[in-house]
Design a protein around this ligand. Structure first.
Ligand code: MG
Length: 396
């Protein structure tokens, strides 16, 4: 079998996605992949167009070999752009292998270790009562784990917005850590009083704290028995993890912007974290994410795969396939896509009562309608920009 064509599809049915189709010389057999990277979609698309000629003529069944070919082709290795492009190719190859074998990808990875994958979703509000109501709605839907945020972007530390500098660019948030640090323990005090102790609750810091601020927050939240504290530090603050770890028994989760096994390994070996938030999309695909989760297993680190809406339907299906088979599963983030996405993409994973069951269709079970995708052209979108009240870019 040979690869005959590689097609990159950038579309915006409610939000931007980068999809990929890899065609073979077997009539009708092609694989679907995804390399979405929030805010940088056109850059990944260009990387894929650049790499595509290397794939033509190769045997798509040789997934491991092609992974290393793509990883090493440029001399400059790694980083989120190449990791997302590499994932798009890797997903499409697993999809081809599944279709060839007439088996869903989770079967190729070893078969189910659980019947379905437990998910969490997001409770939020402008004050603690709104957040409580939002959490109750999720609990009524069946969710056993709920992320809880209060205020703009999850914390009362956002004091306002600077207007955009030029049309089409984002406003800048004005953020201060003190109101944020005061708001989060107060939120959990309210939620535990109103919702009880059995529901699993947690909070996402979005990496907005210094190491000693994060240590203080983890310590103050210990009494509220969090499922985990998400992204309390930037991954670059490696030397500061022992300070945070020693401060409390609040479980710690990190990794949604980690793109490499080399950044995961010291977190595991030093027992600094309890949950790893990688997902196949941003570490180079299923081939690499599976290896990272195997590395995590002897260190008792469980998965909490990032699954915000920028982890599109193909990438999410790959996450769910892997989450179904690994023994060290923790939880899967769940967000519903904009309605138009379901018009363009078929086979998207369905969440029922807080759980997702992987697709039984061959491969990843997803397809992209290219005509419909073309009706939703790319729209430039940005990630939040954050400054302190005195005008300094927020350095944390
Ligand atoms: Mg997060």
């Amino acid at each position: 079998m040979r690869i005959t064509d590689v097609k990159v599809i950038v579309t915006c049915p409610g939000r931007n996605y980068v999809f990929l189709k890899i065609y073979t010389d077997v009539p009708g057999l092609y694989g679907v992949g995804e390399g979405t990277l929030n805010g940088s979609e056109p850059v990944v698309a260009e990387a894929l167009r650049h790499i595509a000629p290397l794939l033509i003529g190769r045997d798509p069944q040789r997934i491991e070999d092609i992974w290393h070919l793509v990883y090493r082709h440029a001399y400059w290795r790694g980083g989120p752009i190449f990791a997302a492009a590499q994932a798009a190719i890797d997903f499409a190859l697993w999809d081809i292998k599944g279709k060839q074998a007439n088996l869903p990808v989770y079967q190729l990875l070893g078969g189910k270790a659980r019947d379905s994958v437990m998910c969490y979703s997001h409770a939020f509000g402008k004050d603690v009562v709104e957040t409580e109501d939002s959490a109750r709605q999720l609990m009524e839907q069946g969710f056993k784990v709920v992320r809880c945020q209060v205020g703009v972007y999850g914390g009362a530390g956002v004091l306002g917005l600077n207007p955009p500098m030029s049309p089409g660019t984002p406003p800048e948030q004005i953020y201060e850590p003190t109101p944020y640090l005061l708001s989060v323990p107060a939120m959990f005090k309210h939620l535990r009083e109103k919702l009880g102790n059995e529901i699993e609750l947690f909070h996402d810091v979005h990496e907005q704290l210094s190491p000693i601020e994060a240590a203080r927050l983890a310590k103050e939240l210990e009494q509220y028995r969090l499922f985990f504290l998400e992204d309390p530090l930037m991954p670059e603050h490696r030397e500061s993890w022992p300070i945070l770890r020693a401060a409390s028994t609040t479980p710690l989760a990190i990794g949604e912007i980690i793109t490499s096994r080399w950044d995961c390994l010291p977190l595991f070996q030093n027992h600094w974290i309890d949950f790893i938030r990688i997902k196949p999309l941003h570490v180079g695909g299923l081939t690499e994410a599976r290896k990272i989760m195997i590395m995590a297993e002897p260190y008792n680190v469980r998965s909490a795969f990032h699954g915000a809406a920028d982890i599109g339907p193909v990438a999410q299906a790959a996450s769910v396939a892997l989450q179904s088979v690994i023994p060290n599963f923790g939880v899967q983030e769940w967000t519903r896509y904009p309605d138009a996405t379901y018009d363009v993409v078929s086979g998207t994973c369905e969440m029922k009562s807080g759980f997702i069951t992987p697709s039984e269709k061959p491969g990843l079970g997803i397809d992209i309608d290219e005509e419909k995708a073309a009706a939703y052209p790319y729209k430039q979108a940005w990630m939040p920009l954050v400054r302190r009240a005195d005008g300094t870019m927020h350095v944390y």
